[in-house]
Design a protein around this ligand. Structure first.
Ligand code: FAD
Length: 582
């Protein structure tokens, strides 16, 4: 079995190795959570199902009314991830993600409120809290008496979290916190804030520390409810900290380790956001199919037309693929894998972009109705736009995905360089390492002599798609190697190349998840019963193969410099440089 502390499917894949034991069998909802989850899903249907008109009105008003929030609390929806001993449901990531999927089928603002509370707001307490801290806050967080918020962003610190200016200065038996946090989800409702501030002596203050701050502390205040494009009924507000005295036992994790705390919270909570995306996509398919069957044009329902079928078919493939990746990441989290940050980032990028495309196509199928407020499409479109921006923008996550891979490959190349130097001093040792490397490269090209170059456990009916994956894996490992050799240390600034590698990695991880999921279905139900799922796999594998080949070919043959120069010209002019009115 793989070492759960150190193994990452994608990091191994970048070296050309397929760690299939990480992915197989495809994870399911743990037996202990199944019954409670069913009850939650039924209750959600009763609570949220009949409220479409109210959700629309609350979107216009820009607020969830207090009595409705009380109902959410009564249903226990704020306590899904709180351990049972503290009054919650004790859901793991898989069950929690599935429950959020259900909430987001009804309304994005409700999903954001419940999601921000549990995916990020209280997750630091779940991951780093001491027994005493948990005993103190979990019971109230489980009932929703305390709503939680995650406070990292500031006016000068968005993507670059190192730019945080909020300070926490040690003063006797407490820290004095000063600063302001921007656009905090649940900011206006929360009583419990996970706040990131810089600690240490003034001249060397640079390290973040995570603190629990509660609303009853003197000096805590929040700004007005932001007027937003989407998720309008969810609360987004600034949080101000003015000489807030925070006792020492409010630190989450270790002093100075707050950056790691923040990143682990975001990684661990990603399957909540992913579940929200999948729920939104399923809803779009329900709406679009009903709409297309009922709309008659040219004497036929528009569902008869090829161009409409093409949209719906792709929506199905994308939803299956996104759900596979999100469920896989939730499964890795539940199984105790520690190194899944790249996989979690991939699931976020893929699911949020697939949600956007799916929502856009559903709106297109609805035609003019899609543009009208009376229909749910435009709200869905506005609501899901933020997903590509928050919890790490998709640009920053793509850089993270590819640079992590490149770092690993770079470390191997550095080893190689060192051993090459060693060839002169110690020819035998030096040639040993060199020949290992040469063998690996030759193995990548031919697949000969590679122990983990192919899937061995997948059902034989999936062989064709598995071969697409294996071939693309060789392209990935070669691409990482080639990009790094081409750009060396300058790779950090070569974002066009980095993006290409990230896109190859995203496609490959999602394809691996789809393969694993279809494998699970075939084993459970047999080949015949899973014909549809195998069709989805065939289509998705074909798309991935095409995209990977295209990205691979552009490593050496691209128009990157032309595009950059056009952008630089536009930056200089600060306008479009041409007009056909001579
Ligand atoms: C509705 C809403 C709710 C939110 N909720 C929370 C919350 O609960 N808690 C919280 O802490 N924050 C929250 N945020 C903040 C959110 O996480 C940030 O908006 C996000 O991290 C991006 O930061 P920014 O907006 O400052 O964009 P910037 O960092 O200014 O980025 C602007 C653009 O530049 C790109 N960019 C930046 N750096 C690079 C680079 N090095 N290379 C290439 N491209 C780059 C970005 O990808 C983006 O496209 C929320 C925001 C909104 C709008």
């Amino acid at each position: 079995m793989p070492d759960k502390e150190t193994t990452s499917f994608m990091r191994s894949l970048c070296m050309g190795e397929i760690e299939e034991d990480v992915l197989l069998p495809f994870p399911e909802v743990p037996a202990k959570d199944v019954e409670t989850l069913r009850q939650v899903i039924t209750s959600l249907g009763q609570l949220l199902g009949p409220r479409e008109k109210e959700f629309r009105a609350w979107d216009v008003a820009g607020e969830l009314p207090a009595p409705f929030l009380e109902e959410l609390k009564q249903f226990g929806l704020f306590g899904m991830v709180v351990p049972e001993e503290f009054g919650g449901m004790g859901f793991g990531s898989t069950a929690y993600s599935r429950a959020l999927q259900e909430v987001s089928r009804y309304d994005g603002s409700v999903a954001a409120t419940i999601g921000a509370h549990q995916s990020i707001g209280m997750r630091g307490l779940l991951l780093y809290g001491t027994e005493a801290q948990k005993r103190r806050w979990f019971p109230k967080l489980a009932t929703g008496e305390l709503i939680a918020a995650f406070c990292l962003t500031e006016p000068g610190a968005g993507s670059d979290a190192a730019g945080v200016k909020t300070t926490a200065v040690r003063e006797g038996d407490a820290y004095l916190l000063n600063g302001s946090k921007l656009w905090i989800t649940n900011g206006g409702l929360a009583g419990f804030f996970t706040v990131f501030a810089k600690t240490g002596k003034a001249e060397e203050r640079g390290k973040l520390t995570a603190f629990v701050v509660t609303r009853d502390m003197p000096g805590v205040s929040t700004g007005p409810h932001e007027d937003k494009m989407g998720l309008r009924a969810s609360s987004t507000a600034a949080v101000f900290l003015d000489n807030v005295r925070v006792p020492l036992d409010h630190v989450l994790g270790e002093e100075g380790k707050g950056f790691k705390v923040a990143m682990r919270i975001l990684n661990n909570g990603r399957s909540g956001l992913g579940g929200g995306c999948v729920g939104g996509m399923k809803r779009m398919i329900e709406l679009a199919t009903g709409q297309a069957k009922g709309r008659i044009q040219f004497g036929r329902p528009i569902s008869d037309f090829g161009l409409i079928k093409q949209k719906v078919g792709h929506m199905v493939v994308e939803t299956y693929a996104a759900e596979s990746a999100v469920a896989m990441v939730a499964g890795l989290t539940d199984q105790g894998y520690q190194d899944y940050a790249v996989e979690a980032a991939i699931s976020k990028v893929f699911a949020t972009e697939a949600l956007w495309r799916t929502t856009d196509e559903a709106l297109q199928i609805a035609g003019g109705n899609g543009f009208m407020r009376e229909y749910p499409y435009e709200r869905a479109m506005r609501d899901c736009r933020i997903f590509r921006i928050w919890e790490g923008t998709n640009e920053i996550l793509r850089l993270f995905i590819a640079l992590t891979a490149m770092n690993d490959v770079g470390a191997q190349l550095a080893d190689l360089a060192t051993s090459l130097k060693g060839v002169l001093a110690d020819p035998i040792k030096g040639f040993g390492v060199l020949s290992d490397y040469a063998l690996r490269r030759a193995g990548l090209a031919t697949n000969v002599g590679r122990s983990k170059g192919a899937f061995t456990r997948l059902h034989p009916v999936l062989r064709d798609a598995a071969e697409v994956f294996e071939e693309a894996t060789r392209d990935l490992a070669t691409a990482a190697d080639r990009i790094l050799r081409k750009h060396g240390r300058r790779i950090v600034d070569m974002q066009f190349a980095t993006r290409r590698l990230a896109d190859i990695m995203i496609d490959l991880f999602v394809l691996a998840c789809v393969l694993a999921r279809v494998d699970g279905s075939v084993r459970r139900l047999g080949a015949e019963e899973t014909a549809r799922e195998r069709e989805i796999l065939e289509v998705f594998a074909g798309q991935v193969s095409h995209r990977v080949k295209s990205n691979f070919s552009k490593i050496d043959d691209n128009d990157d410099e032309l595009i950059k120069s056009l952008a630089d010209n536009a930056f200089e002019l600060e306008r479009f440089g041409w007009d056909n009115l001579a």
